[in-house]
Structures are given as C-alpha cells and as structure tokens.
Design a protein around this ligand. Structure first.
Ligand SMILES: *[C@@H]1O[C@H](CO)[C@@H](O)[C@H](O)[C@H]1NC(C)=O
Ligand SMILES: *[C@@H]1O[C@H](CO)[C@@H](O)[C@H](O)[C@H]1NC(C)=O
Ligand SMILES: *[C@@H]1O[C@H](CO)[C@@H](O)[C@H](O)[C@H]1NC(C)=O
Ligand SMILES: *[C@@H]1O[C@H](CO)[C@@H](O)[C@H](O)[C@H]1NC(C)=O
Length: 467
C-alpha cells in the first residue's frame, strides 16, 4: 500500500505542474489531436494507473481520473444541483438511473509472446450456483470457481497462475463494496431515495458477463449490508442484448471500418509507429489485433498496474521491459481512440445509434415515465461495460472522452420542484461530477431538454439501419 500512495503523490505532483484540478483530468482540451498522443510531456494528464492487489482504492486527490477506480458520488464531495443548493428552488430527488462499468479485473488480452508474471486469483471467489425460485425446497451449496493448473496437462497456457480471464479481482470486489456504501450514504441516508431494504421500486440489470454480475453483488452488498436474501439481476438473452453489443448488426462493423479508414485514424497510427513496433517485437504482439488499435496493449497494461503487478517484460529477455513512458503513450493513444469513436469521427451519430441506440432509448423511456407519472421505479442500477458508457457519454456530447475506466458511472438524477409534479429537472453526474458537454454542464436541465439531447441517437428503425 505504501508504494501506491507514493505513486499517487508523484502523479499529483505531475498534475500540479500542469496545474490541473481533479475535474480537469477528465477533460484534456487537446485530446482531439494526435499531438496529444505523441507529446510525452503530457504524461497521463494527471490520470492515475496504479493500485494494489487488495483494498478499495481511490485516487488522490479524490475526484481525479483514476483508471483503477473511478470516482463516484460520495457525501464528502456531493453537492445538490445549484438551484436546490442555493435555495432558489425547493425540490427533491424522485428517480435515480445509475449506470456503471464493472470494477477492476484481470485482462481480456494475454500477451501472445507469454506473460512474464503469473496472475493469482485464489483471493477471490467467483460464485456460481443455481437453485429453485423459492426459499423452500433444495438450496444449493454456494459453489465458487477455483482455477488451477494441472502439471499432467501437456498444453501450457500463455500465462501461469489461478485466474480465468478477464475475471474480477479481489481489489475489484472490495472497490465495489465501497462504491455501494458511498452510494447508500448519498442516495439513501442524505437524499432518502433508496429504501432501507430492496423493495419493488428498485430494479437491477447486468450484461451477460461474469464481470458485471460480480460487480453487482459487491456494489449492492455495499448499498444494503444487512439485507438477508437474494435479488434478481435482469438480463436480456445474449443474442439480442441491447448492451455489450449483444444483437448482431452488420452496420456496427461497417461503420467501424469506415471510421478506421479516415485520415485522422491513419495519422494516429503513423505517430505511434515506433511505439507499436517496439511493443510488438518485445511482447510477440505483431498481429493486427494488437497493432490496429491500442485496445489490447491498454487492457493488458492497466490490468497489471491496477492489481498490484508490474508492466510486462519480454519472456526471452527479462531486462527488455515496457517502461512507464511507453505505457503512458499507450494510455494517451487509447484515450484518443475513445474520444474519436464516440465524439469526433465523421460517422459518430450512426455509430452511437447502431451500438447503443436501443439502450439509450430504454433509459429515456424510464426517465420519461417519471415525467408521465407512470414510473413504477425509484432506483435503477445497471452494470455494463466501457463500450456502453462510451456511446452514452457521446450521446450527451461530453467535451472530451477519456476511456471510461473501472467503475466509471453515470447518474441520471430526476428532481421534482416542490409542489409542481410536471416540473421535472435532470442532473447528470459522470463519475460524481456534473458532466461537461457541448450543451453546457448538465447540472440542472429540464427533463425535456435531456430527451432532446439524447433522442437523436435512438434509431427509429434499428433493423433497417443494421442492414
Ligand atoms: C506538449 O504538451 C505541453 C503540456 O500540455 C504543452 O505545453 C506543449 O505546448 C505541447 N507541445 C506540443 C508540441 O504540442
Ligand atoms: C509457467 O510455469 C512453468 C513452470 O514453472 C514454466 O516452465 C513456464 O515457462 C511458465 N510460463 C510462462 C508463460 O511464464
Ligand atoms: C535485452 O534487453 C536489453 C534492454 O532492452 C538490451 O539492452 C539487451 O541487449 C537485450 N539482450 C539480448 C540478449 O537481446
Ligand atoms: C476534432 O478534429 C476534427 C479534425 O481536425 C475536426 O473536424 C472536428 O471538428 C474536431 N471536433 C471537435 C469536437 O473538436
């Protein structure tokens, strides 16, 4: 833990050279420019990419962009929307739609040349068991997955250890619990929206991934530490899921091909030629899936740095290692790509529509139901992925989009001005702060304005659009 806090202070010091507030670290003004990638003096633009194996972590100072554990609403920092805080409007929170990425985890992408370190997951129990839908009758033993290596198996994996990839790590579970505790203090204790125990006005959903499901159990335990019972985590059938690119849609691939054929996209590959070539030969990562975007390098490096491991070295030469400078450039390039995918590419509107438009429509329908007086819910919490949060933030017109990191979250708060049931306002928090967008800071806007901002991204006919 000692090395972690020292690293945070050092990064904080680098931030103060750039004179950045925690909020500034979310919005690099030159992110829409490939010089953002090649300019080494930017470092991580104040971002934090380090956490220990155990424990909830938080960036220092709190509120800083932290890849390992993004900030979330906490009473320490939470401010009511400005008109409520100043007392010019009296009102109360009537609905919360909370979307979040899962917490920190092992990588999806194992280095093709092999990993020079094993990953250990004996310290976390991914539970998996089934029972009947009642408390009577057969009750299963809470079984959990225990991954092991058998020396008699003639096939050797590219990485040693006891993890399945990309499983959630113990630090991720502990982070999730703290995340839930903090949400309870804001939305339960302070604002009295959440019930003391789950009732029929709360609703939960996840993708079909074990990662988001693991996060749900940890976060919701933080919301209700004493609750003694099970809860439904809603999921759509995988093949038609409206999150995590569940349904098949040719237009997703064709639009991605188009946006990866532009001069700007090619330029970002040109400025990173040396970096990609060095990493490729060091780590055996020369295939197009490693070279065409920064997704895999970024994923592999952050999973190590966020769980108490070091950056990788070549498996054939232990002094040939990825340096902090190389990793920082990888992370800057990854951030540039996310901003390009969801904000600045020429096909962005269609890309958001085909990837996330149906889900955006579902969110708007739940919020509209509050306006219409037909909502049956006070609190919805949905556990999804970076690839879902990116397009949603794009639809809001976020000023700059760094990669939505571990546990990143969007809170749509619906407020009712006192005595006026049809006078509803929305505030949108991104990782705990009102999101800064091309439409202004979304601290207090009419509910209808939010619908106007997001509804252009809801396709009227997705089937035709998908082709
Ligand atoms: C590199 O980034 C630094 C810090 O943001 C900035 O002052 C400088 O002008 C940039 N240099 C170039 C060549 O863009
Ligand atoms: C995994 O461990 C075995 C036995 O110690 C070793 O021979 C092998 O090189 C290791 N593999 C990697 C990718 O490190
Ligand atoms: C191993 O890597 C180091 C650092 O890149 C390099 O100086 C050295 O020449 C390499 N050794 C071999 C045998 O390739
Ligand atoms: C980003 O850069 C592109 C290419 O220079 C430009 O066309 C676009 O307007 C910029 N977008 C934003 C949001 O700054």
């Amino acid at each position: 833990m000692r090395t972690v806090s020292t690293a945070s202070i050092m990064l904080g010091a680098a931030g103060s050279v750039l004179a950045l507030t925690p909020l500034d670290t979310f919005y690099p003004p030159t992110l829409n420019d490939t010089s953002y990638i090649s300019n080494a003096s930017i470092g991580t633009y104040g971002g934090i990419y380090k956490a220990g194996t155990n424990g909830p972590t938080e960036g220092t100072p709190y509120g800083t962009y932290d890849y390992c554990s993004m900030p979330h609403p906490r009473t320490q920092e939470y401010k009511e929307p400005e008109p409520i805080g100043k007392g010019t409007v009296k009102g109360k929170l009537v609905y919360l739609e909370y979307l979040q990425r899962h917490q920190r985890r092992t990588p999806y992408n194992i280095l093709p040349g092999g990993e020079n370190q094993p990953y250990q997951c004996d310290n976390v129990r991914p539970y998996l068991y089934a029972g009947p839908n009642s408390q009577s009758g057969v009750q299963p033993i809470p079984m959990y997955a225990q991954t092991y290596q058998d020396p008699t198996n003639p096939f050797t994996p590219d990485v040693n250890g006891t993890c399945q990839y990309p499983q959630i790590t113990v630090g991720g579970v502990q982070d999730g619990y703290q995340h839930g505790r903090d949400l309870w203090k804001v939305y339960g204790e302070k604002l009295s929206l959440l019930p003391a125990k789950p009732n029929d006005r709360v609703w939960f959903r996840s993708s079909d991934s074990a990662l988001t499901q693991g996060s749900a159990g940890a976060v919701l335990r933080g919301v209700w530490p004493e609750y003694d019972g099970a809860l439904p985590l809603h999921q759509m059938v995988s093949s038609v899921d409206t999150v995590n690119e569940g349904y098949s849609c040719d237009a997703i691939d064709t639009t991605l091909d188009e946006l990866e054929s532009t001069a700007e996209w090619k330029e970002h590959l040109t400025v990173t030629d040396t970096l990609r070539s060095n990493l490729g030969s060091m780590l055996g990562a020369t295939s197009s899936s490693w070279q065409d975007t920064f997704d895999h390098f970024s994923d592999n490096f952050q999973a190590r740095l966020c769980n108490g491991y070091d950056l990788p070295c070549s498996v054939t030469n232990s002094s040939d290692c990825v340096t902090t400078e190389m990793a920082d450039e990888v992370f800057r390039a990854g951030d540039w790509e996310w901003n390009y995918y969801w904000r600045t590419n020429p096909y962005v509107k269609k890309y958001i529509q085909v990837v996330e438009g149906l889900f955006i429509g579902e969110v708007l329908a739940r919020i509209q139901a509050v306006q219409d007086g037909t909502s049956t819910l006070d609190y919805t919490h949905i556990f999804i992925h970076d690839g879902d949060l990116g397009p949603i933030l794009g639809s809001l017109g976020i000023n700059a989009l760094r990669w939505p990191a571990m546990g990143s979250n969007i809170a749509f708060e619906v407020w009712e001005a006192e005595g006026k049931h049809d006078d509803l306002y929305v505030r949108v928090l991104y990782s705990g702060q009102p999101v800064e967008t091309i439409h202004g800071t979304l601290d207090w806007i009419k509910l209808s304005e939010l619908v106007d901002i997001m509804s252009p991204y809801v396709p009227s006919d997705i089937v035709t659009l998908c082709g």
